[in-house]
Structure formats: structure tokens, C-alpha cells
Design a protein around this ligand. Structure first.
Ligand code: ADP
Length: 224
């Protein structure tokens, strides 16, 4: 998955010979249509499509309908932000780990251990988001001396509408900024749904600092 992403996004760092040639043609002749580039290379327009897609997606080339391709002149730093801005939460998120809102604090602790995660989302029927529980919330609950078997998770969770969320379509960069600005380790990835005329949020994924760390490593070290 990430491998595929990299092939799509990072190709500009090491352009193939053909991509470098296309870039030279556009720099000298741009704006120039795809057909004219193809003619100069003695190739079909279709054969060039993947290369042109990589060059435009990475921000090196711009494209305007009926005008053609042109060199954007973007600096490497701009290209990196264009590239990162193109990566969506859906490209790098993890599976959600959830407990039902009827669970006890004990259930949530067991889930956190078994699933090896730092926070768990609390959901009602239909995977609708109700709350978030982190390690610190659970530690705090155990300090009160009350029985964790009897204590409902609802009592200690951070609840809606105070939960910071993201969506599959949001850029990974924007979601990463939410993690930093709100000082949390994870965001539920949600899709908005209507339930009894109310806006609810169905949990479809988990976006964490680990997702960002993994992306960071893969961007440099092109391995799975
Ligand atoms: P830790 O317990 O390791 O500090 P966090 O920094 O993620 O973990 O959580 C700190 C607090 O923020 C906890 O009370 C938790 O319930 C709450 N929290 C965690 N994630 C979110 C979120 N996405 N939106 C709102 N609150 C959250």
C-alpha cells in the first residue's frame, strides 16, 4: 500500500530518463500539448500518460485544458508540500480499535493490551462514535480505588462533541496538524451519517502518530 503510494508520489525525486526528457521538452517548448510532446518522442499519447501524471501530481508540471503542459518552476520545498498535500488519510490510516459504550473500564484496559494500542474509540450500535479513551484516562480511573470491573467506560471517556476527528478524504498533513494542535495521539477517521435526522459519525479508521512516522520513513527508505 505505502509502496504503491511512494511510486505515485515520490517519483519526482528520481525521475526516469523519459520523465527528464519530457521535463526538458516542456521547459524549452511549454506550454505544449501532450500530443506534441508525444510527437517529439515518437511515442503515442497513451504511452506518455503515466509519466505526465507523475510529473503533474508531484507539482513539477502544470496542465491547462487546450493550452497544454508548462513548467511550474516550483522549488523542492514546494514540491514536497504538494506531494504531502496529495496524500490522504485513507492512504495511510489504520484499522479502528473500538469498544462498545456498554463496556466497563476493565474491558477497555483488556482491549488496549490485546490490540497493543494507546487509545480506543467508544462506539454505540452501528459503529457510531461516542467517545475516546486513552492510557492516561485509564490510569486515572484506576487511581480512584473504585472497582474497574463495575465502572462504566462512559463515565471516564472524553465524549462527543469534544472529539477531534478526521475523514478519509482529508489530507494527511491537515490531520497531522490536528494531532499536534490538540496534543492527542490519535484521531478517529469518520464518515458522517444521518441517524433519526441527527448528524452522527461512523468510525471507519484510526489516524495516529505512528501512521505519520511510518510515512516519514517510507518516503525516504522506499521499503515496506
Ligand atoms: P495519553 O493518554 O497517552 O496522553 P492522548 O494524548 O491521546 O493520550 O490523550 C490525552 C487526553 O485527550 C485523554 O483524556 C483522551 O481521552 C483525550 N483524547 C484522545 N484523543 C482525542 C481526540 N481525538 N479528541 C479529543 N480528545 C482526545
Amino acid at each position: 500500500m505505502v509502496q504503491h503510494l511512494l511510486e505515485r508520489q515520490v517519483a519526482h525525486i528520481e525521475l526516469t530518463t523519459r520523465q527528464s526528457t519530457i521535463l526538458d521538452i516542456v521547459k524549452t517548448n511549454g506550454p505544449i500539448t501532450g500530443n506534441h510532446i508525444a510527437e517529439k518522442l515518437n511515442l503515442s499519447r497513451a504511452a506518455l500518460r503515466p509519466d505526465l501524471a507523475i510529473l503533474t501530481r508531484s507539482g513539477i508540471l502544470g496542465a491547462r485544458p487546450r493550452v497544454g503542459y508548462y513548467f511550474t518552476g516550483k522549488e523542492p520545498a514546494d514540491l514536497i508540500s504538494t506531494m504531502l498535500g496529495n496524500i490522504r488519510v485513507a492512504d495511510i490510516n489504520s484499522l479502528p480499535i473500538v469498544v462498545r459504550d456498554s463496556s466497563s473500564v476493565y474491558d477497555a484496559i483488556v482491549t488496549m493490551f490485546i490490540e497493543d494500542v494507546g487509545s480506543v474509540f467508544v462506539v454505540s450500535e452501528g459503529s457510531l462514535l461516542e467517545g475516546v479513551i486513552s492510557r492516561k484516562d485509564l490510569l486515572k480511573a484506576t487511581m480512584g480505588g473504585k472497582s474497574i470491573n463495575e465502572m462504566p467506560i462512559k463515565v471516564i471517556m472524553t465524549r462527543m462533541p469534544n472529539i477531534i476527528m478526521t475523514t478519509p478524504q482529508e489530507s494527511a498533513l491537515r490531520a497531522a496538524k490536528k494531532l499536534i494542535n490538540h496534543q492527542v495521539d490519535s484521531l478517529p477517521v469518520v464518515e458522517a451519517v444521518q441517524v433519526d435526522n441527527l448528524e452522527k459519525y461512523q468510525v471507519v479508521g484510526r489516524f495516529t502518530k505512528t501512521n505519520i512516522t511510518r510515512l516519514f520513513v517510507h518516503l525516504v527508505d522506499n521499503k515496506d
